[in-house]
Design a protein around this ligand. Sequence first.
Ligand code: SME
Length: 281
Amino acid sequence: MQKTFTCIMCPKGCRVKLTVENDEVIKVEGNECPLGARYAIQEFKNPLRVVTTTVRIKGAALKRLPVKTAKPISKSLIKECLRTLSDVEVNAPIKCGEVIVKDVCETGIDVVATREMLSLNEKDEEMKDKMQLFDFLLGRVKEIIDVPCNSYEKFKAICQLFIDNVGHYNWVGFYILDESKKELVLGPYVGEPTEHVRISIGKGICGQAVEKMDTFIVQDVSKEANYLSCNPEVRSEIVVPIFKNKKIVGELDIDSNFLSPFTKEDKEFLENVCEMCSECF
Ligand code: SME
């Protein structure tokens, strides 16, 4: 009997042909290195897989914790392993790599957490850290605005400050309102270049914020039909108008690569920033 396997030990993907007699491998062909032979024989005799799934977690912001087997286990044990894990519930906090089930299904292999999950109290701590950071940044923004240089340089410095210090701000830029054309025009920014250098009022999240004359937060851009995408990695966006004499003169636009990262602290902080920026117009 002959059996063929595609080796996955390296990108070459050799097609390894085994000749088998009475359940014994008697010939290996097609592999360019010994790893191919080892892989194909293992696949024939006892295929191994890393099992990835989730288990219930209590006391965390999320309901399930992602886990995996620390090493591959026999494919024949996957069902049993999943059944065992479906009964498991852990308590937050959990560290990344922490053992969740020791010696799962007597394989000698542990199931470990693949991400950290803070307890809700720690989330509160995180929130305090966020507010401290925003307090500090507000002070820095004030310093930048007080420097005697042009508005373009000030706005650029603010963008850079946020990109450098706030993990969930992944594209930061200013749009300036061109009242005569009813368009927003891209100003200073830090992040991936964008094709949206001019945005009509009402278009996209930026254009809608002008219409609403208010901060517009979209925690999941995939759920917003009127959205102009710049970069597929972006998951959420906040746009804060800048007012001068009660009229919109521009906007601060922030994209995040995280889902639902913006809290009322972000909104308050960015509205304060925009109030400060107003004097640059
Ligand atoms: N996403 C915006 C367009 C501008 S970029 O994010 C830089 C929007 O929907 O208006």
